[in-house]
Design a protein around this ligand. Sequence first.
Ligand code: SAH
Length: 222
Amino acid sequence: MSMDVQTDRLTALRQSMVNDQVHARGVRDQRVLAAMTKVPRHLFVDDEYQAQAYEDHPIPIGEGQTVSQPLIVALMLEALSLAGPETVLEVGTGSGYQTALLAELAQQVYSVERLPELARSAAARLESLGYGNVSVSVGDGSLGLSEKAPFDAIVVSAAAPQIPQALLEQLREGGRLVVPVGPAHAQELQLVRKQQGRAVIANLEGCRFVPLIGQQGYEEGW
Ligand code: SAH
């Protein structure tokens, strides 16, 4: 296949992913839909998984981690209600796919990844795609990133035992935190809004994420 034909084919697959898996299931945030139509998801997975990049399931990204199913990524991003000027913290960079989407949707993105090898390859991908408003660092994101706080929005891509207190503290008044909470087989995606200094919690969806491993997460080997 020529490069052009291949590119057209991937663009068509990406458009179908957005229409059939995301919009058809209720995601209406136009900015989220546009970002997912734009970001080349196949470039965030290894060659052997490229053919599956636009399918309706999570995909392995190495080191026992996965990039979430497109619908789940969309639901998390929609719940953040980003309008453009926000500073966002992402915990769990993984492949950098969701980081790229956040870079399309917000002003500045700080992303923290625990595993150095994943952080390195995600940062390289994001740079090669030209995302200049993203900063990836290695560390325990369950503690947030206090030197860049407060954040307008925080998204956690790994399951926590409870809402991490450090993240609540680093959220601006009126800000939104999206985090999967619970053990391996019984997680709820939660939307936490900080209102008058208090956490107002809504349950969004049952879900299944890899564990958040850290001081305010699980211990290794959960
Ligand atoms: N949103 C990612 C998916 C990441 S999978 C993507 O689009 O690819 C979850 C990631 O969280 C894994 O890479 C895992 O290493 C990371 N992680 C787990 N605990 C963490 C912690 N305490 N701090 C930062 N990253 C963590």
